[in-house]
Each structure stands twice: as structure tokens, then as C-alpha cells.
Ligand binder design. Sequence first.
Ligand code: RP5
Length: 169
Amino acid sequence: MPEIDQPEAPEPSLPETPQTETATMPAVEEAFEEIDVDAPLVGIIMGSKSDKPTMQKAGEALHDAGIRYEVRVMSAHRDPEMVREYCHNAKMRGLRVIIAGAGMSAALPGVAAAHTDLPVIGVPVSGKNLGGLDALLSAVQMPPGVPVGCVAIDGAKNAGLLAARIINC
Ligand code: RP5
């Protein structure tokens, strides 16, 4: 095929950037650097590593809903200071919901709710004794003023789905 001579295109001229815009760019970049777009929206906490197989279902539900989450092991009784600090800072860090799972009458959901005004969803984890009834009562029978939403014993999947609904409201 014969080559067709193209008329030489004129050099594209860049629009002049106003001085003010150039001057403010570093400030804008700095502001954007401070926004962590990957920050988690849900904190999944649990009283022991032994709760992980049960609590994993909450993470799977959030993953399927496209909601970022983080997972931490902290016991209301063994690490009370860590729980206090985590829940106290949760809202400021951008978390919107806390899912707290614990077995026995470990009280993690209630202790979490005592240190944050974020919605706390309790997951009673079944243990070797009492089939999880102890954990269920410790989450569901909270005294007035310290609300904990409680799903079924080992109901971590519903906790994840409920957290997703709260976030998508
Ligand atoms: C609770 O005690 C935990 O949430 C766990 O379900 C239960 C037993 O903990 P481990 O002895 O397995 O660490 O605090």
C-alpha cells in the first residue's frame, strides 16, 4: 500500500498552568496522603486464637460484600488495656462497626461497647461446656445503656452480613 504523506501535525501546546495551582499542589498531595483509602471499616475482635475458625465466617461475609476489615485477638480479661485502647480509638481510625466474638462468659462484646459508641455486634462462641449458652447470655443480657447487638451462637456469618448492612445503610 502506498504511503500517504501526512501533513506535519503542529506541536501540541500545553495550556499555561496558573501559578497559584502549581503553588497549591504539594498541599493537596499532602492532604491526600493523609487519607488512607484502604482503611478498614469493620474491626473483628475475638478473645482468643481458638475463636478464629468460628470468627473467620464474619470475615468471609465482609469480603464477599467488598467491605474492608481487620482482625485482632484481644481478651477482655487477659488484655483489658488493649481492648480499651482499641475500642476507644476505633471510630477515630475510621472503623464503623466492631464485631466481637468470645467464648465462655468472656464479656468481650460488652466491654467493647463500654469503650466505643460504634455499633458492636457480639458473636457468642460455643465452647466445651454449656454449648455457648454462657457466651450467649454474656452478650445478649447487657444492662441498659451499653448496647450489644447479638447474633446466634457461632453466628459469625450473620455478624458479617449485619455489619455490611449497617455500613451500606
Ligand atoms: C474466651 O475464652 C475466648 O474468647 C475463648 O472462646 C475462650 C477460651 O480461650 P482459650 O483458652 O482457648 O484461649 O476468652
